[in-house]
Structure formats: structure tokens, C-alpha cells
Write a protein that binds this ligand. Structure first.
Ligand SMILES: Nc1ncnc2c1ncn2[C@@H]1O[C@H](COP(=O)(O)OP(=O)(O)OP(=O)(O)O)[C@@H](O)[C@H]1O
Length: 727
């Protein structure tokens, strides 16, 4: 937005012979009414962008007021410069000038072509037209036959006069000639105020089209494809006039009425525009052809300058005041000028592409940024869960491996116990094939990567102690089992919510994260793609979450199962330790038995001196049996203590020893019975020699009973010992 540039120009006084009582004094950009030889009249001082006194030339006015507009027009801005003032105030002189001091139009045309010639990267097409509004009718000054032309408006051309001849010009000279020809067709008339009074408003219009010269760069649409079109209006208005002063009558009177009417319309538009935005609901541009044609220049898309000419004579003070009031209001009017470009199809296409890119950038910088952040967060979540899942899988695998190792250790321990069990079974002779079977069997060899041992009910009383394990316990995951799940906050602290290189972390082939939409999509499609990708990511996240939960559940199950197995292992270890300690204890016990046995044996040896044959037989048999028995026991106990696991290989030997001992015991007892029977027959045939014989017999029976009981006791201990070893 920029204000209309307004200047006031005071023409030289014409009537020098009638000195006035007041005069207009110009100081810098201010004009004030002063009493002759007196102080300024209060409230009659005006300031403008420029104030030119009577000594100023058209050159100065052009340089300060119009030149910038002309140059802006070359760059593509609409421009308007017009002169406003009462009749005979110097409007035509300012716009057209004289041969010695060319006016603004001439200077503008020259400057225009000079400026164009300095621009080498653009091609220009200049068209000029010249029209007048005479009695509210538009006439073509280049073609007198074009009368009463109509004003039209279109999107492409804006407000334009239909049928107006436009001449394409290449030089300033061409324009000058055309202007001269057009001046001939203007309506001038003589009034009391001006011998050559303009009776119409004239508008010299220059249309400047420019196009960048093709530099071969397809991307630079602005320099090669876009066409700038600007309209420059140089307007010389007819002057307001008082009929009483002009003495107009007839045609002049009629002309004066139209002139005043259109100028009033112009004043009204300026007043409305200067009132500000609140009261600019309706600007009556259509009230006159002048305001309609100048519409873009008045509050529209143009750079506008107004030169208000005033007559310094006291007789025209009121008209000058009116002009200055008009100028003051015009100064408050703002325009909004912008470069006017017409685009070819190619330029339009390129521009639309650029606009789409710009929109996409804006979209990505606003709403899309939120979506992208959400997608990024989802991606991070998904990757986090992936990492968590992989960690759980690794933990599960580790757990399986340790489980296998413990299982193997468990089996080894069981094997050792089985071997000890088989030794006892061989020892007491009551073992059966069923009792040799392991109480544990593998029952989970289907559908699992590793074998989980389970228990079945055992037939013996010892196994029955563990009958509470015959059914698998409920392995529902406990809350503590989830303690290994990655902590989300920790993860975010580590990653700060972002992963710099997402692609490098896409380790799971199944997780195909869709990339951002391709570049040639529109913003709507872009949004849809973002939402679609968002949904996909959410679905993938749900799948990963479910998978993670399943793995967590399995891990919890394995952990609980392992805890149970650890408990079992602990118990078994204790029992195995007990089993390992048992041979040592039994060894000690057998040693004490051996001492007792040797003591009994020595007592029996003392009995043999009495010549009792049964005692001798008993002593001999018992001594041999005792040596064999203790030798066998000591050998096996020593092997058990040394950790020999191949006891089962000696079962047949033990069996043979047992059988030999049994036979020898049976033979000894049979010998003793026969010896006792013979002794009894001798007693019946012969009376006893002395009372000491009966004592020896009583002693021999006593020794026999002790030895038999002693042997039975040893065998009983052996059975007990090996049964204990089994468990
Ligand atoms: N600045 C000036 N220096 C010298 N002479 C001037 C100046 N301004 C105006 N004049 C002379 O004053 C007379 C009236 O000027 P001009 O015709 O330009 O007035 P105007 O405002 O166009 O009048 P109208 O509205 O009736 O056409 C002319 O003879 C012109 O030469």
C-alpha cells in the first residue's frame, strides 16, 4: 500500500497589472495564503509531497513527481499521472508543455524509451492510444471516426475502452508524431479564462508489454515465459470553471457543465477514498467515465501522482482553495500497486508447479509436520518394540540353552542314582526290571525345540514322596516375570525420541515401512498418503506388540519352569550328596561289624581247644564266610566311595558271592546239625563223662546262634544300605 503522490504547482501570475491584497507563498513543500505585506492567513497553509512555485520548470516537476512512475511502468506497474485544477491554471502547460519546456507527456515518452533501451534482457512492445472524454463521451483522438466508445472490463484486460485504436510504437519520435496528430482532434475552446481552453479530459495511454529474452533456462519462468503488462495513463483534465467567470454560453456552457460534473465525480471518489476503509463501502467510480477509466489509479492497482495546478491571482483564491482541498484529500488515498503479469500456458504450468512446491513446503511445515512427527514416533515405537522383541528372543534362547544344560546335568545325576539303585537291587536280590527304570521320562518331545523332563508316578514308597510333581503346575506368567521388558522412558532417554538413521535400523524384513509420498503428488494426496502410512505403521506396531507380549509370556513360562527345575535339582543334589556319603558311613559301620565279628571269632577259637568237633566245623565255616563277606563288602564300598559308576558290570560277581555264601552257610549249618545229632546219640549211648561237657555243648549252641544272627544282621544291613543308595 502506498499513498498517492500529490504535488501543487503554482503557475506564474498572468494579470500583473491588478495587484491583489493576498498571495500564495511557497516554502519547501508547503503553500500558504498570505495577506499582502502581512502574516499568513491562519488555517490556509497546506503541505504536500511537492509544491512547485511559478519558477519551476516542467523538467523539475517531471523529475520529482513523474519519473518514478514511468520507470515503475517499465517494470510492470500500472501508473497514472494527471493534472487537476481550475481552468487556466496551467494543466495543459504542465502535461504538454511548450517547445522550450516540454511537458510531462513528452518527457515521459522520451524517458520511457531511454529506460527500455537500457534493459537488455527483456523484449518490449509499446502500444499507445489517445482519447478524450468530451461531454461524457469517449472519442478516439488517433481516429476521429471512433466516437462514443464504450468502457468494458474483463479479467484479462481490466477496465478498457473498446474500439480504441492502439498504435504500436518503437521510438519516442513515433509517439510524438502520433501525439501531434491526436492533439489536432482535441476539443479546445476559447473562454474568458483561457483562449485555448481544454473542453475535454484527455488520456494518453501507453501500454507497455515486456517479456524476458529466452536465456535457455527452463526453470526461470519469470524471465522467459511471463509477460508483464502495465498501463501508463497521462491525463490532462479539463479545468473546473465558474460560468460567471468563463462567460460560457451555448456549447461552452454545456461543455462546462459536463466538465464540472465529471470533476465533481472525481472529487467525490477522492473524498470517499480519503475517508478511510470504514466508509469506503461504495466508491462511485461509475458516476462518470473519467472516474471509471481512472478507477485503477484511484485506490487500485497503480502508482499515481497528481499535480494540482493553481492560479496565484487573488481573484482565483476560492478556486485555489478548492483545488488545495482536493489535493489534501487525494493525499490520503492509498493504492496497492503490483507487477502485472500475463502467463502463457507454459509459464502458467511452471508457476503452478512452483506454487504446488511452495504449498507442499508449507504443508510439510505445518500439518504435515505433525503427521511426520507422529509417523516418526510410531517408527521409533516400532523399532523400539523390535529391539525389545529381539532382546526377548535372545533371552529366551539363552534361557533355553541354560535349560538344556541344566537338563543334561539333571540327567547325569539321575543316571548316577540309577546306577547306585541297580547296585542295591543286585545286592538284595529282589530287584526287578521295573525298579531299574528311571522315575523320570521325557514327555515333552513334541512341538518344542528342547525336551522338558516331567515326572510320572513311581511304584516305590520312596518315589511316592515326590508324587506332588506327577502333574505339571500352572505356569501362568507372574508379574515379576516382566521385569526384563525394556523400560520405555529409558529407551527414550537413550534415543531422545529420535533415531537419526531410520533406514539403517530397519533390520526386520517383514516390517516394510513405507517411505514418504513421491514428489509429484498434490497436497491432498500427500495428506492421504501420510494417513495411509500412519495406519500401516499402527497395524505393524500392533502386530509387533502382540508378538512381544507372546514372547514375554513364553519367557515367563520358561523362567517359572526353570525355577521349578532348579528346586528339583537342589533336592536331587542333596539326595545325591547323601547317597555319596552313605558308602563312607557304611564303610565305617562295616568296620565296626568286622571288629565284633573278629571278637566273636576269637572267642569261638578258644572253644576249639575243648575238642568239640561241631565248634571246629562252625568256626571254620564262619571264618571263611566272614572273610568272603567282608572282602566283598569292602570292595564294593571302596568302589562306591571312589565314584565308580560301573557297579552294574559286577552284579554277576556279587550274585555269585551271595550264592557262594548262602551255600557255604547252608553247608555249615547242615554240618553243625549232623555233628549235634551224632553228639546226642553218643550222649544217649554213653553217659556224660563230666559236667563240663554239657557246658561246652551249651556254649557251642550259644556261639552258633550268635554267628547265625550276626550273619543275618550283616545281610540285613547290606540290604538296607543298598536300598538307601538307590534314593
Ligand atoms: N508554469 C507556467 N509557466 C508559464 N506559463 C504557464 C504556466 N502554466 C500555465 N501557463 C500559461 O497559462 C496559460 C493557461 O495555461 P493552460 O492552458 O495550461 O491552462 P489549463 O489549466 O490547461 O486551462 P484549461 O483547463 O482551460 O485547459 C497558458 O497560456 C500557459 O502557457
Amino acid at each position: 500500500m502506498e499513498k498517492i503522490c500529490v504535488a501543487v504547482r503554482v503557475r506564474p501570475s498572468i494579470s500583473q497589472e491588478n495587484p491583489s491584497a493576498t498571495f500564495w507563498k511557497v516554502e519547501d513543500n508547503r503553500i500558504s495564503l498570505h495577506k499582502l505585506h502581512g502574516s499568513p492567513i491562519s488555517a490556509l497553509s497546506y503541505a504536500f509531497d511537492h509544491v512547485f512555485d511559478e519558477n519551476c520548470s516542467n523538467s523539475e516537476v517531471y523529475e520529482l513527481l513523474t519519473k518514478d512512475i514511468i520507470h515503475a511502468a517499465v517494470d510492470g506497474f500500472n501508473g497514472t499521472a494527471f493534472a487537476y485544477g481550475q481552468t487556466s491554471s496551467g494543466k495543459t502547460f504542465t502535461m504538454n508543455g511548450s517547445s522550450s519546456d516540454p511537458g510531462i507527456i513528452h518527457r515521459a515518452v522520451n524517458d520511457l524509451f531511454q529506460k527500455i533501451n537500457t534493459i537488455s534482457d527483456r523484449e518490449f512492445l509499446i502500444r499507445v492510444s489517445y482519447m478524450e472524454i468530451y461531454n461524457e463521451e469517449i472519442n478516439d483522438l488517433f481516429a476521429v471516426e471512433n466516437q462514443k466508445l464504450q468502457i468494458h472490463e474483463s479479467l484479462e484486460r481490466g477496465i478498457f475502452v473498446a474500439g480504441l485504436r492502439e498504435e504500436i510504437v518503437n521510438t519516442a519520435e513515433q509517439v510524438m508524431k502520433l501525439l501531434e496528430s491526436g492533439e489536432v482532434n482535441r476539443h479546445f475552446g476559447e473562454t474568458n479564462m483561457n483562449v485555448r481552453s481544454s473542453r475535454s479530459h484527455t488520456i494518453f495511454r501507453v501500454v507497455i508489454e515486456s517479456k524476458g529474452k529466452d536465456t535457455g533456462s527452463s526453470d526461470d519462468y519469470s524471465s522467459s515465459d511471463a509477460i508483464r503488462v502495465s498501463v501508463l495513463n497521462l491525463v490532462d483534465l479539463a479545468g473546473s470553471e465558474r460560468i460567471a467567470k468563463t462567460g460560457a454560453g451555448g456549447v461552452r456552457l454545456k461543455e462546462g457543465k459536463y466538465i464540472n460534473k465529471s470533476l465533481m465525480a472525481l472529487g467525490t471518489v477522492i473524498n470517499k477514498l480519503s475517508d478511510g476503509a470504514k466508509q469506503r463501502a461504495h466508491i462511485p467510480y461509475r458516476d462518470s467515465k473519467l472516474t471509471r477509466i481512472l478507477q485503477p489509479a484511484l485506490g487500485g492497482n497503480a502508482k499515481t501522482s497528481i499535480i494540482c495546478t493553481v492560479a496565484p491571482e487573488e481573484i482565483h483564491t476560492e478556486e485555489t482553495k478548492g483545488t488545495l482541498l482536493f489535493a489534501s484529500r487525494a493525499k490520503r488515498v492509498t493504492n496497492c500497486a503490483q507487477v502485472n503479469e500475463i502467463l502463457t500456458d507454459a509459464a502458467l504450468l511452471k508457476r503452478q508447479k512452483l506454487e504446488i512446491e511452495e504449498l507442499r513446503r508449507k504443508l510439510q511445515g505445518s500439518h504435515a509436520e505433525v503427521l511426520e512427527q507422529e509417523i516418526l514416533k510410531l517408527r521409533n515405537d516400532m523399532l523400539k518394540y523390535e529391539l525389545e522383541r529381539e532382546k526377548l528372543e535372545m533371552e529366551l534362547e539363552e534361557e533355553r540353552r541354560s535349560h538344556k544344560e541344566r537338563d543334561q546335568y539333571f540327567r547325569d545325576q539321575l543316571m548316577m542314582i540309577e546306577n547306585l539303585s541297580s547296585l542295591v537291587s543286585d545286592g538284595d536280590g529282589s530287584s526287578s526290571q521295573d525298579s531299574m527304570e528311571s522315575p523320570i521320562e521325557e514327555c515333552n518331545d513334541k512341538g518344542d525345540g528342547f525336551k522338558t523332563p516331567c515326572f510320572k508316578a513311581a511304584p516305590t514308597a520312596y518315589v511316592a514322596k515326590r508324587s506332588n510333581y506327577t502333574q505339571l503346575p500352572d505356569f501362568s506368567p507372574l508379574p515379576d516375570s516382566f521385569s526384563n521388558v525394556a523400560d520405555e522412558d529409558t529407551w527414550f532417554k537413550i534415543n531422545k525420541g529420535y533415531i537419526t538413521n531410520l533406514d539403517s535400523l530397519q533390520t526386520t524384513a517383514a516390517r516394510k515401512v513405507q517411505s514418504f509420498p513421491p514428489e509429484d503428488v498434490t497436497p491432498n494426496v500427500l495428506n492421504k498418503n501420510y494417513k495411509k502410512e500412519l495406519q500401516n505403521l499402527k497395524r505393524q506396531l500392533e502386530l509387533v506388540t502382540e508378538e512381544k507380549n507372546e514372547l514375554q509370556r513364553k519367557l515367563a513360562e520358561h523362567i517359572q519352569l526353570n525355577d521349578k527345575l532348579k528346586g528339583e535339582m537342589s533336592k536331587l543334589k542333596k539326595e545325591a550328596l547323601l547317597a555319596w556319603e552313605m558308602p563312607q558311613r557304611l564303610s565305617e559301620f562295616v568296620a565296626s561289624l568286622k571288629d565284633i565279628y573278629e571278637e566273636v571269632l576269637s572267642k569261638m577259637q578258644s572253644s576249639t581247644f575243648e575238642g568239640k568237633p561241631s565248634t571246629a566245623i562252625l568256626l571254620s565255616g564262619t571264618s571263611k564266610m566272614g572273610s568272603v563277606l567282608f572282602s566283598t563288602l569292602e570292595t564294593h564300598i571302596s568302589n562306591a566311595i571312589d565314584g565308580c559308576r560301573s557297579l552294574s558290570g559286577n552284579n554277576s560277581l556279587i550274585q555269585e558271592c551271595n550264592e557262594a555264601l548262602s551255600e557255604r552257610l547252608e553247608a555249615t549249618i547242615t554240618s553243625l546239625i549232623l555233628s549235634e545229632a551224632a553228639s546226642t546219640n553218643d550222649k544217649q549211648a554213653k553217659p556224660p563223662l563230666c559236667s563240663c561237657n554239657s557246658k561246652v555243648a551249651a556254649l557251642s549252641r550259644y556261639h552258633l546262634s550268635i554267628i547265625v544272627l550276626f550273619l543275618l544282621m550283616i545281610l540285613g544291613y547290606l540290604v538296607s544300605f543298598f536300598r538307601i543308595l538307590i534314593f
